[in-house]
Write a protein of this length. Structure first.
Length: 199
C-alpha cells in the first residue's frame, strides 16, 4: 500500500503570498498551516463537509486564521482568485494528479465563507441587508405590506443550517430580511439533513 503525502505547505505558502500581495498582517507559514489544511481537505476529500466544518470551527474558536479577513486582506473574489493562482504556480501536489485553478478557487471560497461564518464575521443578517439593497422600491414596498403569515421551508441539508458554506442558507437570510422590514412574516426553517420534502 502506498501512502500519499499531501502538500499542505504549498497551500500555506500560497496564502502567505496572498497576504503579502494585499499588504495584510504579518503571518508565518506555520500559523497558516491549519487554514491550508482545511483547503486541502476540501480539495482531496469527497466528504469534505463532515471533515472540514469541525476543523474550521476549531480554528475560529481558538483564533487561528481561517479566512482572508483574519489576515487583514480584502476578502473578495480577487483575493481568492490570487490564492488559487499561487497554488497552481507553486505546483501543489495532492492525491489527485491534476488540480485546476477553478478547483482551488472553489475550495478557497468554501473555506473562506465557513471561516467568516464561524468567526462571526459573516452572518445571515449581513446577507439580508445586502439582498435588500438589490431590490427595487416596489418590491420592498410589497414585502413591507405583506400580511401576517408563516413561510415554512422543508427539505434536506439544503435547508438545514449545518452544511451551508455561505454565511447562511436562504431560509435564514429571508428570516433576517423579514425581521428588518416586516416582523409580521415569520420564516420557519424545518429542514432536516438527509430528509427530502416528502418525508
Amino acid at each position: 500500500m502506498t501512502v500519499k503525502i499531501l502538500d499542505t505547505e504549498t497551500i500555506a505558502k500560497a496564502i502567505l503570498d496572498t497576504a503579502r500581495k494585499y499588504k495584510g498582517k504579518k503571518v508565518t507559514v506555520k500559523i497558516l498551516r491549519p487554514f491550508a489544511r482545511c483547503v486541502e481537505i476540501t480539495l482531496n476529500n469527497d466528504r469534505d463537509v463532515a471533515d472540514t466544518i469541525p476543523a474550521v470551527r476549531f480554528c475560529a474558536e481558538v483564533n487561528i486564521p481561517v479566512c482572508f479577513a483574519h489576515l487583514g486582506t480584502p476578502h473578495n473574489q480577487e483575493t481568492i482568485a490570487y490564492a488559487a493562482k499561487r497554488c497552481m504556480e507553486r505546483k501543489y501536489k495532492g492525491k489527485e494528479t491534476v488540480f485546476s485553478e477553478k478547483i482551488f478557487h472553489l475550495a478557497f471560497s468554501k473555506i473562506n465563507m465557513w471561516g467568516e461564518k464561524y468567526s462571526g464575521l459573516g452572518t445571515p443578517r449581513m446577507l439580508a441587508i445586502e439582498l435588500l439593497k438589490t431590490l427595487d422600491k416596489d418590491s420592498v414596498k410589497k414585502l413591507k405590506n405583506m400580511k401576517k403569515q408563516k413561510i415554512v421551508f422543508i427539505g434536506d441539508s439544503l435547508m438545514a443550517r449545518l452544511h451551508w458554506s455561505a454565511w447562511g442558507g436562504y431560509p435564514d437570510i429571508l428570516s433576517e430580511m423579514f425581521k428588518i422590514i416586516n416582523n409580521k412574516v415569520l420564516v420557519v426553517n424545518a429542514g432536516i439533513g438527509g430528509q427530502t420534502s416528502w418525508q
